[in-house]
Design a protein around this ligand. Sequence first.
Ligand SMILES: [Zn+2]
Length: 70
Amino acid sequence: MSDETPVRTAKVEPLRKTRPCPECAKPSQRDHYPFCSERCRTLDLSRWLSGSYAIPVAEDESRPDEDDWA
Ligand SMILES: [Zn+2]
């Protein structure tokens, strides 16, 4: 008598689950993982590089309250 409880998963995934491309949300390709293509990989890289150089300037919130000034 076997008392093994079958491991039930919600869905049986065929092999590896593919992630959507971070750039265009298309299914990623193994050759360009996690992107869908070389183009999206380059796009993401260039965006990351430009983003690291162009640091968004936060607005200075330390200015005095104008209502308190006569
Ligand atoms: Zn893509």
